[in-house]
Design a protein around this ligand. Structure first.
Ligand code: GRF
Length: 229
């Protein structure tokens, strides 16, 4: 049931849930006008499930190993999310490739966070790949999910410098701070009606978002107002 005009989210996780915690904090603190209706994990041991329970959020484990195919797993996931009457589905470290069985019913209200400056480095091991390539910066992208893996229209990007002596871990530690800032912000934009997925890509306040997303790098002046609304 909706509380006032607050939105309702389903958050899908596989692991520790630090992005989930950022959503819990943003929801409680007022930066995000939405409640988390359910947290679902494909991994019954995900640490994020404990974070959700501690916050009083309903949780569900849907173990992909119990299903004969990706499509069968996705159908179970879609049924679970579908009965929660949510406005938005948040993939927060959800480490399963989704099929059209899940993506199509939630198109336009399905977001992912990916720890690279897309279109660079879709897939895994993004930080190591940025280091191996000799890049001078790395970052994170929040994007709409479409049928192309990590290929949906970007919404927000945040960049961080790659520093001498960085490892994949030190770089990940720098990037995740930015993930926690930009992901709830993108969700707030969608919940408040400012953000849409159109046939031409992502739009904010009716204007097309640039192909690499709005730049929310520390110190960047993005031109997009940050207040909820
Ligand atoms: C994050 O780096 C996210 O970008 C990636 O998986 C990681 C999940 O971390 N997709 P957490 O579980 O939210 O802490």
């Amino acid at each position: 049931m909706k509380t006032g005009n607050r939105g309702r989210l389903a958050i899908l996780i596989s692991g520790r849930g630090s992005n989930l915690q950022a959503f819990i904090d943003a929801s409680a603190g007022g930066a995000l006008a939405a409640d988390i209706a359910v947290v679902i994990s494909n991994n019954p041991d995900a640490g994020g499930l404990r974070l959700a329970r501690r916050a009083g959020i309903p949780t569900r484990s849907i173990d992909h190993r119990d299903y004969p195919s990706r499509e069968a797993f996705d159908a179970a996931l879609a049924a679970e999310v579908g009965q929660r009457d949510v406005d938005l589905v948040i993939l927060a470290g959800f480490m399963r490739i989704l099929t059209p069985v899940f993506i199509e019913p939630f198109s336009g209200r399905l977001l992912n966070v990916h720890p690279s400056l897309l279109p660079k480095y879709p897939g895994l091991h993004t930080h190591q790949r940025a280091l191996d390539a000799g890049d001078t910066e790395a970052g994170v992208t929040v994007h709409f999910v479409t049928l192309e893996l990590d290929g949906g229209p970007p919404i927000i990007q945040a960049r961080v410098p790659i520093l001498p002596g960085d490892t994949a871990q030190t770089l990940a530690d720098r990037v995740i701070v930015q993930e926690h800032l930009i992901y709830p912000l993108a969700a707030q934009w969608l919940i408040s009606g400012r953000l849409q997925l159109t046939d031409h890509g992502a739009c904010l306040d009716g204007e097309p978002i640039p192909a690499t997303g709005i730049d929310y790098s520390p110190g960047a002046s993005s031109g997009a107002p940050t207040e909820p609304g």
